[in-house]
Design a binder for this molecule. Sequence first.
Ligand SMILES: *[C@@H]1O[C@H](CO)[C@@H](O)[C@H](O)[C@H]1NC(C)=O
Ligand SMILES: *[C@@H]1O[C@H](CO)[C@@H](O)[C@H](O)[C@H]1NC(C)=O
Ligand SMILES: *[C@@H]1O[C@H](CO)[C@@H](O)[C@H](O)[C@H]1NC(C)=O
Ligand SMILES: *[C@@H]1O[C@H](CO)[C@@H](O)[C@H](O)[C@H]1NC(C)=O
Ligand SMILES: *[C@@H]1O[C@H](CO)[C@@H](O)[C@H](O)[C@H]1NC(C)=O
Length: 388
Amino acid sequence: MATLGYIIVLGTLCSVAFSQNVTVTCATGKYPPDPKTKVDTYVVNLDLLPSQRWAELAKAKGPQIKYLVDGFKEFLEDFGQAGKDIVEFLDNRGGDLVVTLPPPFDQEIRGIALAANMNLGEVILYNLFYEFSTLCTSIVTEDADGNLFHARNLDFGLLFGWDVSNKTWTVTERLRPLIVNLDWQRGGETVFKSVNYAGYTGILTGVKPKLFTLSMNARDDASGGGIVGILKWLLGNRNESWIGFLTRNVMETATSFSQARAMLENTVVVAPAYFIVGGNKSGEGVVITRERSTNLDTWTMRNASGWYILETNYDHWKSPLIIDDRRSAAHKCMDKMSQKNVGFPEIFNVLSSQPVLNKATTYTALMQVATGSLETYIQNCPDPCAPW
Ligand SMILES: *[C@@H]1O[C@H](CO)[C@@H](O)[C@H](O)[C@H]1NC(C)=O
Ligand SMILES: *[C@@H]1O[C@H](CO)[C@@H](O)[C@H](O)[C@H]1NC(C)=O
Ligand SMILES: *[C@@H]1O[C@H](CO)[C@@H](O)[C@H](O)[C@H]1NC(C)=O
Ligand SMILES: *[C@@H]1O[C@H](CO)[C@@H](O)[C@H](O)[C@H]1NC(C)=O
Ligand SMILES: *[C@@H]1O[C@H](CO)[C@@H](O)[C@H](O)[C@H]1NC(C)=O
């Protein structure tokens, strides 16, 4: 039997409804990228009290976190009454809200606010806004020997203020300096690894060595997406789990692909989402399409493209928006790559191909479950480049 290792490629593409013409030229020779773009790794010591775990990182990145949150608040306030309500509520009621968060998040968020010198409501907002605004694409794939890899682009900041003079997304620009790899340890041993924006306590991208890999892409649905769930939570219905709390819990506690999958399928959450999960055996790759309360669909690698599975921000049984067809672009480059070339270098090329790579892309992360390796590179898309 071939070596059991897998390759899961998770690409996250964020997108929005503007008209654009996309020509796909699959990138080549992008790996290894400039070492200066490789992000640093910090240890999160789970043996410390929750209020102390983040102190060093939050202190180091405090001014950048504040700068980002200021940009996001300005955006929300311009956006409409619901946005204004959220900002006002969080500014004034942070102290009341933090006590409603489940442990260890309540104490972690207090610790971050203290170390970063920010008010509690701002740190809560920072920990909430990924719930409804990471519009993305994901791929899971395995090589001919059954080695699984998992990689992703995280595009974020779309809609949050286009800077006309230098053609950038304001929030996206402010996010890049916050990207870190985290090595979550207990007793000096790695429990799992993740890519985080410093000060965010949930998990958007992570690998539990030898067991499984996970990423989350936001999903919009007719019921109003995450905003409705978040408003309900703010107004006192706290039955639904924040996405970030669920994914963090999965990384900390699940001990197999099937357990991770079941938790992600069955927990009631504040926002609709796509969860992309890879295991450690051939064929163990799924895309879970979630509504807030129920699981709509679990799609398997074998029923997708056979040796890979790819998810953008659209339900896989529906067509993507014509003006935002990253799905076809990613498929085109995956098929061109072919299964015999699956590995970090070629996967990185796929995720560096426009419009898979675009102005909202903040990072590309590459993971291999068997070795537990995680490499993250900050991405920039020089002109000419698609805005999303
Ligand atoms: C977009 O593509 C179509 C078909 O290839 C072409 O006819 C059209 O001129 C293009 N539009 C722009 C703005 O480039
Ligand atoms: C774009 O402009 C903003 C503020 O105007 C600045 O912070 C940012 O660094 C600029 N980005 C680039 C790539 O020049
Ligand atoms: C929370 O869940 C419980 C049981 O699941 C239910 O009885 C209650 O109505 C829910 N609360 C709200 C505010 O929806
Ligand atoms: C794969 O995961 C299972 C748990 O589902 C674990 O028991 C097994 O040891 C793992 N295999 C390898 C090769 O790490
Ligand atoms: C693939 O889809 C078929 C039909 O929907 C289903 O019966 C089968 O169980 C699926 N296979 C896997 C591996 O999910």
